[in-house]
Design a protein around this ligand. Structure first.
Ligand code: IYR
Length: 230
């Protein structure tokens, strides 16, 4: 008997899934290699202004778009900005908020916790980096009739997509940091986004500057992040 190529569940088509398959020895090596690649990623704040081809950026965003999401609603929009005038507007608005945050809004404990990172209210990277990706979470959507439709686990979904985005950036040989100006409603205004989209992360992307330094931070040990039950 031939294998059925589709299955109908509650009236909806399901198709066979073809996973990647490797011999176990190769799986072990791939897992180590992937970890070692991921472990080389660092958030950087000093970017080169060297241009990055748009095609690379579009494929990075395509990768983020493969993320799982609540009821597969894919509740995200990624705005990709290279226009220098828009980047300047974003930098100016972000620095205005960040100035207030660093001087009046963040607690002493928070500022102390940030000291090792060497962050400040000035954000030159928002103009230096050739690209800015602004990730928006869609708190609802619209159907063809213009009726509101629900999205689910929106924050989890866009968080997962941004995780994939960041690893795709690193995998392409580029660098980034996840910048969170607060509040960041100015991004909706500058980019003229609709009411159902809320800014989630501001992600500058480019080559790291030749002379860049990063803080000497350590990742937690396995025994501190993993509890084995076997
Ligand atoms: N949003 C500010 C402050 C900041 C907050 C955290 I938590 C960080 O890990 C890093 C920075 C900024 O982007 O500078």
């Amino acid at each position: 008997m031939s294998k059925k190529s589709t299955r109908i569940i509650k009236g909806h088509k399901h198709i066979p899934y073809q996973p990647q398959k490797f011999p176990e020895q190769q799986m072990i090596k791939r897992a180590i290699d992937f970890y070692e690649m991921a472990d080389m990623r660092r958030s950087i704040r000093e970017f080169s202004n060297k241009p990055v081809p748009r095609e690379i950026m579009l494929n990075i965003i395509k990768t983020a778009g493969t993320s799982p999401s609540g009821a597969n609603k894919q509740p995200w929009t990624f705005c990709l900005v290279s226009d220098p005038a828009i980047k300047k507007q974003i930098r100016d608005a972000a620095e205005e908020e960040e100035y207030q945050s660093y001087h009046n809004r963040m607690s002493q404990e928070w500022l102390k916790d940030l000291e090792p990172m060497g962050t400040a209210w000035k954000k030159p990277f928002l103009e230096t980096a050739p690209w800015l990706i602004v990730a928006f979470r869609k708190i609802y959507d619209m159907d063809e009739q213009g009726q509101k439709t629900n999205n689910y686990y929106v924050t989890e979904s866009i968080g997962l997509a941004c995780g994939m985005l960041i690893l795709a950036i690193h995998n392409a040989g580029l660098s980034t940091l996840t910048h969170t100006p607060s509040p960041m409603n100015f991004l909706s205004t500058i980019l003229d986004r609709p009411e159902n989209e809320r800014p989630f992360l501001l992600i500058p992307v480019g080559y790291v500057a030749d002379d860049a330094f990063v803080p000497d931070i350590k990742r937690k040990k396995m025994e501190d992040i993993c509890v084995l039950y076997e």
